[in-house]
Ligand binder design. Sequence first.
Ligand SMILES: *[C@@H]1O[C@H](CO)[C@@H](O)[C@H](O)[C@H]1NC(C)=O
Ligand SMILES: *[C@@H]1O[C@H](CO)[C@@H](O)[C@H](O)[C@H]1NC(C)=O
Ligand SMILES: *[C@@H]1O[C@H](CO)[C@@H](O)[C@H](O)[C@H]1NC(C)=O
Ligand SMILES: *[C@@H]1O[C@H](CO)[C@@H](O)[C@H](O)[C@H]1NC(C)=O
Ligand SMILES: *[C@@H]1O[C@H](CO)[C@@H](O)[C@H](O)[C@H]1NC(C)=O
Ligand SMILES: *[C@@H]1O[C@H](CO)[C@@H](O)[C@H](O)[C@H]1NC(C)=O
Ligand SMILES: *[C@@H]1O[C@H](CO)[C@@H](O)[C@H](O)[C@H]1NC(C)=O
Length: 483
Amino acid sequence: MERLVASLAVAWSLWVVSAVSGVQPPHIVFIVADDLGWNDVGFHNPEMITPNIDSLARQGVILNSSYVQPVCSPSRNCFMTGYYPYHTGLQHKVIQSSIPGYVPANVTMLPQKLKELGYATHAVGKWHLGFCNWKYTPTMRGFDSFLGYYTGAEDYYTHARGGGFDFRSNKTVARSYSGFYSAMTFATRAEEIIRTHDKTKPLYLYLPYQSVHEPLQVPQRFEDMYKSIETTQRRTYCGMVSALDEAIGNITQALRDSGLVDNLLLVFTTDNGGPTYAGSNNLPLRGGKKTLWEGGTKGTAFVYSKTLLQKLNYTNTGMIHAVDWFPTILHLAGGRPDPGLDGVNQWDMLSRNSPSKRKEFVYNIDDLANNSAIRYICVGSPRYGDLKLIHGKPGPYNDWYPLPRLDEDIQVDKKKWPLYQLYNITADPTERHDLATEFPDLLASMKQRLEGWRQSMVPAHYPPEDPKANPQNWGGVWSPGWC
Ligand SMILES: *[C@@H]1O[C@H](CO)[C@@H](O)[C@H](O)[C@H]1NC(C)=O
Ligand SMILES: *[C@@H]1O[C@H](CO)[C@@H](O)[C@H](O)[C@H]1NC(C)=O
Ligand SMILES: *[C@@H]1O[C@H](CO)[C@@H](O)[C@H](O)[C@H]1NC(C)=O
Ligand SMILES: *[C@@H]1O[C@H](CO)[C@@H](O)[C@H](O)[C@H]1NC(C)=O
Ligand SMILES: *[C@@H]1O[C@H](CO)[C@@H](O)[C@H](O)[C@H]1NC(C)=O
Ligand SMILES: *[C@@H]1O[C@H](CO)[C@@H](O)[C@H](O)[C@H]1NC(C)=O
Ligand SMILES: *[C@@H]1O[C@H](CO)[C@@H](O)[C@H](O)[C@H]1NC(C)=O
């Protein structure tokens, strides 16, 4: 009851504000590309054919220091909750289909907050934040509707993985989408939401695309755009990026046709760095998906708005982390985050190129993999610059992987790594010179800082696989009901 009164009070004050100023909170379209690497969009690499993405980015603000987690579920946890995964138990790997993993039920997700503020909320695409119990699924966590899949990856056409089907409309299994490539299906659903949206309400559309995660599959016409690329993996991957680009073109056309574009913030971000072992590329950055290197964590991202950004068409170098979207979007919606959140409101940085509110962040603290990394901009005297401490093995892929020209496997790195590494990201953004032995005092103070962060860690929740999850127990469908 108290909550209801509080939310009514917020809704009322918001109504008063909008009634007085005549301004409705903006529509928010939040697009997550899956496994898109640094070097995999036209605005970073002219070989890529992404005219729609490039044009939105250039009419908006390109983010050059936008950090995400090394893998899928943890990044989505950040977007939806504003907490680092090491505070929600999601810091180790991803939520595997047969493991009862989830964002804990007591953590409020962004759409729940936005609904209290009068938003219509819709999710289209990949969930990957838990489904072993209905209470972890999107329509139980603040979304009015959902079209998509609960697990982390599947066939783009059959929507099957590991012996089970995984595609739903709200909570209902939706077999009629079989046979259709998901990039088109999700664009069509997004367009439908946009075109039928009741304009007296603000819209929050969360679009976590399947593209461009494995398996490498794309309709031929997209692959044909890259005839000059000889490597099959890379050619298909690039085609997938162009299919995503066409989908975004269709969705933005719907935003223009419906008029929603006149009061809109569009966010585009990858969920993690590119999997260099599956056609992606992160040059000049080191490493890739599944690693704490910049190639795994410095994400391709931009924001676009016709009306809300005071400075446009430039590259913003301010530091922003995936957890910051929650309080930033909530601020735009007229709400306030609960105290204790890891994210900070970065609207001044995004809209006016003001300095970032962030001087440091946690890449991850993984108590099961025994690795972690933090970042700290040391602005005291002397000014040591923008430092990164890595503890433990950064991950399985540790090189500067060239654009593939031949189909060859990238070998998993089994080398032993020093216990601590220290990089100066200002002078060395591609992490070539480990300074740990050269600056023992700096190393000691960074270690102390990491230990400070670690104090608040929640142990990783990564239980063993549960045979009850097997789709054979659920009519051949990955389904809730086993935790
Ligand atoms: C962005 O700025 C560049 C010059 O820096 C200019 O060539 C380009 O036309 C601008 N793009 C837009 C969409 O304004
Ligand atoms: C953006 O980041 C890339 C990769 O670290 C770097 O090469 C480039 O100089 C940066 N651009 C700006 C404007 O800082
Ligand atoms: C959720 O519950 C856990 C365990 O009781 C607690 O440690 C955590 O602080 C709670 N989180 C929130 C956001 O309330
Ligand atoms: C999903 O739920 C929304 C909101 O209740 C409803 O409008 C929509 O019709 C539902 N979709 C399906 C396919 O049931
Ligand atoms: C974009 O829209 C065109 C025209 O309706 C359609 O032919 C195409 O399949 C759509 N592409 C995607 C990726 O949704
Ligand atoms: C992490 O460290 C613990 C304790 O030293 C060890 O038992 C475990 O095998 C290590 N895990 C990995 C993935 O290296
Ligand atoms: C890091 O690089 C910056 C820029 O080159 C430099 O000013 C700073 O002294 C460097 N810090 C260390 C510890 O080398």
